[in-house]
Write a protein that binds this ligand. Structure first.
Ligand SMILES: [Zn+2]
Length: 203
């Protein structure tokens, strides 16, 4: 740490803030000799008042210790951290949605199949048999439609040709041939058909 540089920096920030040494000292509850010692590079502010000093000078501790304003670098880093946090949140939300798709889809499909098996093998009047089959087919279909809606909204599909990530329309998603969540669709960016993969984030 360069105490001389830090001292000059403190002096410059103090003047920018419009304080005399005496005023700054008073606000911090210390002697103005102490402030003068920092500014001449003879001593460093006590860690106990560093935060308060930074607040008064409108700088951060990082800047105080480096004796200069840290603009771009720290800003970028902060922005990057925020971006990462946001990205994680979106990813998590989409992951939950895709789980919901399975929670809704799997039991409904299973129940539908059981009803069909019962209708096929258990003795019952023909109209009940038909009603059960129709009911289970409608249920499976309805749930499939809901599930596709969830899948379409959660995250993006990535084109295998140009790697554009996009959200297709509901019907484009629903009518596309698919293997699991990979769907054969036309890419809105390059216009080519490919097996588009489900991805959770835009980038
Ligand atoms: Zn494409």
């Amino acid at each position: 740490m360069d105490q001389i540089k830090i001292g000059r920096f403190i002096a410059a920030c103090r003047k920018d803030a419009g304080f005399t040494q005496a005023v700054l000292a008073e606000k911090l509850g210390i002697s103005d000799r102490a402030v003068s010692k920092w500014e001449n590079g003879k001593s460093m502010p006590d860690s106990g008042i560093m935060l308060e000093l930074c607040e008064l000078l409108k700088i951060n501790v990082n800047e105080l210790l480096s004796g200069e304003k840290i603009m771009v670098e720290s800003y970028d880093k902060r922005a990057e951290e925020n971006l990462l946090a946001m990205r994680k949140e979106v990813e998590e939300k989409n992951r939950q949605l895709l789980k919901t798709e399975i929670w809704i889809g799997a039991p409904a499909t299973f129940a539908g199949l059981i009803i069909c098996v019962v209708a096929a093998y258990v003795e019952m009047p023909i109209w009940i048999r038909s009603a059960l089959v129709v009911f289970s087919l409608v249920m499976i279909l309805a749930v499939a439609f809901i599930a596709v809606g969830i899948e379409q909204k959660a995250g993006y599909y990535e084109c295998q040709k140009c790697h554009d990530r996009h959200v297709p329309t509901y019907w484009q998603t629903n009518l596309a041939m698919h293997m699991g969540r990979t769907r054969y669709m036309k890419c809105p960016a390059c216009g080519q058909y490919s097996w588009q993969k489900k991805v959770l984030t835009k980038e």
